[in-house]
Every structure is written in structure tokens, then in C-alpha cells.
Design a protein around this ligand. Structure first.
Ligand SMILES: [Ca+2]
Ligand SMILES: [Ca+2]
Ligand SMILES: [Ca+2]
Ligand SMILES: [Ca+2]
Length: 245
């Protein structure tokens, strides 16, 4: 057995290397230390405020929540330091719940589940001026089915001038994933498309979008057990299938 001997130069090099590593780790840790501003109460009312959701675009930050049976919205134009007054986006007699929000450029989109029409529907409102004002409410799921359902399964995504919405719906007799999209900043929507036209239980949809693509995944037991099914939505296909105006 030969004994390994380290020279002075080797030891000095090893010490220097160790110092560099320790210094680098400390620098990284320091760089990643977050800074938090003081909390802000966005819903300083006597009523219970629930289900907050957030979105961001540039220096704008947006928050929506449910309070009593309506959907409230507030916007910040200075990176969340201060917020404009709250806006009641639903302001109707029915139960408005489970808001979702997405933003792209100066566009802000909010959807929620609402039973004002006699059954659960998916309602939508768009702002094209960073949340200062909102267009009229649009019912995206105007059918007799339970849209969203007991667990409020609805999601929205935005990219460029496109807005994409998915939700669980039982109009076909079993739970399916319905989809609709706007390519004009929420001004109009194409046909509602059933992405999961099968006899299984299709539920829990989620959606993400980037560029001209959107991606939808959901839970589906049409194969005999629950699987995760996925569909890509191409904007070219969207024009063709959804007959967008
Ligand atoms: Ca409150
Ligand atoms: Ca309401
Ligand atoms: Ca409905
Ligand atoms: Ca199904």
C-alpha cells in the first residue's frame, strides 16, 4: 500500500478552490433571498372573501376573488404596490363563484361559474385596458348542462390576442371537456367544441397557452381506468374547427 502524499501547492490549490465554492454558494444564497412588501388587504369588508386568483402582465398585477355570491376584481399598475378600487364583475342575483383569470398585454380575462341562468354556466368578461373597464358579460356555456360542476372545473389561458377556456360539462350525458376560444382579445368566441367526446368521465381540465398554441390536459376513465389525456390546439386548426369570426 503506497501512501499518497500531498504537496504544499496541492493543499493551497484545494483551499483556494474550497474558498471559491463557499463564496459562490453564499453569493447565490444571498442573490436568491426574497424581499416581501407589507401585506395589503384587498377585500377589507365584513363579508367573507374567498377563492383568490392572480395574473400578471408587465407591471400590472390583477387579483380576483369571490365575496358573498359575486366576483370582485382589483388591478395594480405599479407592480402590486397600490391597487385601484374593486369592481364587482358579476353583480347578479345568482351564485357567482370560482373565478379564474388570465392576462396578455393590456388584455385581462376573467371567467367564473354562475347559476343565475337556472343552471351552472361559465361567464366571461374581458378588459382591454389593463382592468380599468370591462366589456359586457358573455355566457360561454349557454346550455342546460351543469357547466363547471360541483367542483367548479373551469380554466382559462391567454397568449397574444387569443383567449382559451375549458370546462367540465355534462350536457352530453356524461362529463366531457368543452373548449372555446377567442382570437380577437375576447371580443367574440368561436363554437364550443367537445374535446373529449367519449362515454367516460372526463374531468379536471387544465390549459396553458404560448404563441399560437394551446395545450389541454384532463382526467378521463374512458379506457377503463383514469388516465391523463392531452390535446394540442393549433391556432390554424382553431380557425378551421371553431369557425372563429
Ligand atoms: Ca372580507
Ligand atoms: Ca352573483
Ligand atoms: Ca350550463
Ligand atoms: Ca366523456
Amino acid at each position: 500500500m503506497s501512501k499518497v502524499r500531498y504537496g504544499t501547492n496541492t493543499k493551497v490549490c484545494a483551499s483556494l478552490l474550497l474558498s471559491v465554492i463557499v463564496f459562490s454558494v453564499l453569493q447565490v444564497a444571498h442573490a436568491e433571498d426574497p424581499t416581501f412588501r407589507s401585506e395589503i388587504n384587498l377585500s377589507n369588508t365584513a363579508a367573507n372573501s374567498n377563492n383568490p386568483q392572480t395574473a400578471v402582465s408587465g407591471s400590472y398585477a390583477y387579483v380576483v376573488w369571490r365575496e358573498n355570491n359575486d366576483i370582485f376584481f382589483r388591478a395594480s399598475s405599479d407592480n402590486g404596490v397600490t391597487f385601484d378600487s374593486s369592481i364587482n364583475l358579476s353583480n347578479n342575483v345568482g351564485v357567482s363563484q370560482s373565478p379564474r383569470i388570465a392576462a396578455s398585454g393590456s388584455d385581462v380575462y376573467v371567467i367564473w361559474q354562475d347559476d343565475t341562468g337556472g343552471n351552472n354556466d361559465i361567464l366571461f368578461r374581458a378588459s382591454n385596458d389593463n382592468g380599468d373597464t370591462f366589456d359586457s358579460t358573455v355566457n360561454l356555456s349557454s346550455d342546460g348542462g351543469d357547466s363547471g360542476g360541483l367542483l367548479s372545473q373551469l380554466e382559462i389561458a391567454a397568449a397574444g390576442s387569443n383567449a382559451y377556456v375549458v370546462w367540465r360539462n355534462d350536457t352530453s350525458g356524461n362529463p366531457d371537456i368543452l373548449f372555446t376560444a377567442s382570437n380577437d382579445n375576447g371580443g367574440s368566441f368561436g363554437s364550443v367544441i367537445n374535446l373529449s367526446s367519449n362515454t367516460g368521465s372526463s374531468n379536471s381540465p387544465d390549459i396553458a397557452a404560448a404563441g399560437s398554441n394551446a395545450y389541454v390536459a384532463w382526467r378521463d376513465n374512458s379506457t377503463g381506468n383514469f388516465d391523463i389525456l392531452f390535446r394540442q390546439v393549433l391556432i390554424a386548426e382553431l380557425h378551421l374547427v371553431a369557425k372563429l369570426t
